[in-house]
Design a binder for this molecule. Structure first.
Ligand SMILES: O=P(O)(O)OC[C@H]1O[C@H](O[C@H]2O[C@H](CO)[C@@H](O)[C@H](O)[C@H]2O)[C@H](O)[C@@H](O)[C@@H]1O
Length: 267
């Protein structure tokens, strides 16, 4: 945990020291709630300057990736990630190594299903004040953060019990969101695919650090092993081994890690 003064807890610091000495490493991070504090308007999310600066430094010594539920195009627009960073969007389904669209193209049947699900979510949003729909290449997302709590609960219930229960869709719950996708989504698979692709093009990746704040990140935590460092940002049950309090704690962690990697490179 980061302490009240923003320092890193000793066990986490020790794990970062071991990680920093593990040769080639992959630093993979969730975006919303980890680099960027959560805000009402998804397109106003912005990473903390401390994290942006630390990631720029880390990109000189480490492989850096963002692994986000965001559409790849939005991640490019909002993340301020280093140019060398790999961007994985759509909860693991789109990868910047695969070109502009991230390599995911829907079949005609999937596109029809997405249009139907999107229309159903738009109908729910229109009937609930403060509720809106975000459009992504493989999914549609009902956002309830701005709604009255009872209204949010009712809109969520209608989305989950309605289009979220249709055959052929994949329904994910996140922080104030219900996401309905027409292809399977999973950050764990996307993260392992990326690690293996990097290793195929160079030395093996000695360890991965992954940090996330939402239930959708549990899949990535579970996919990693003993040599890896997993960090939950904020409260809530988790399979991650370590925790920081908030995105500011993440900026502190990334700065400490950049220092440790610089020191390891200088040895
Ligand atoms: O995997 P992530 O990078 O954490 O993306 C997860 C979802 O993030 C966005 O929604 C969340 O952040 C919004 C902006 O702060 C907030 O308003 C919303 O309540 C959060 O759930 C994004 O809009 C989704 O598409 C992502 O799946």
């Amino acid at each position: 945990m980061t302490t009240a003064s923003g320092e890193l807890a000793q066990p986490l610091l020790e794990a970062l020291e071991v990680f920093a000495g593990s040769g080639r490493v992959l630093v993979a991070l969730d975006f919303d709630g980890v680099l960027a504090p959560l805000v009402d308007d998804p397109m106003s999310a912005a990473p903390l300057p401390g994290s942006v600066a630390a990631l720029q430094r880390l990109a000189g010594t480490s492989d850096v990736a963002l692994v986000s539920g965001r559409a790849l195009a939005d991640l490019r627009l909002l993340s301020r990630a280093p140019a060398a960073a790999v961007l994985v969007g759509g909860h693991g389904t789109q990868c910047s190594l695969d070109g502009e669209d991230g390599g995911q193209v829907l079949t005609e049947a999937e596109a029809r299903l997405l249009a139907r699900v999107t229309a159903q979510l738009e109908e729910i949003a229109a009937a609930h004040e403060g509720v809106a729909v975000e459009h992504k290449p493989m999914s549609a997302v009902l956002h309830t953060r701005r709604a009255d709590r009872a209204v949010a609960a009712e809109a969520t219930r209608r989305a989950v019990d309605g289009p979220g229960s249709d055959p052929g869709v994949h329904c994910l719950r996140g922080k104030e969101v219900v996401e309905i996708a027409v292809v399977p989504l999973g950050k764990g698979a996307g993260l392992l695919r990326l690690r293996d692709r990097l290793a195929a093009a160079g030395p093996a990746v000695g360890a991965v650090l992954y940090a996330g704040d939402d239930v959708t990140d549990e899949d990535a935590f579970a996919a990693l092993g003993e040599a890896d460092v997993t960090v939950k940002v904020g409260p809530g049950e988790t399979a991650a081994r370590f925790r920081v309090a908030d995105p500011q704690g993440m900026a502190t962690l990334l700065t400490a890690l950049a220092d440790l990697r610089d020191a390891a490179a200088a040895r």
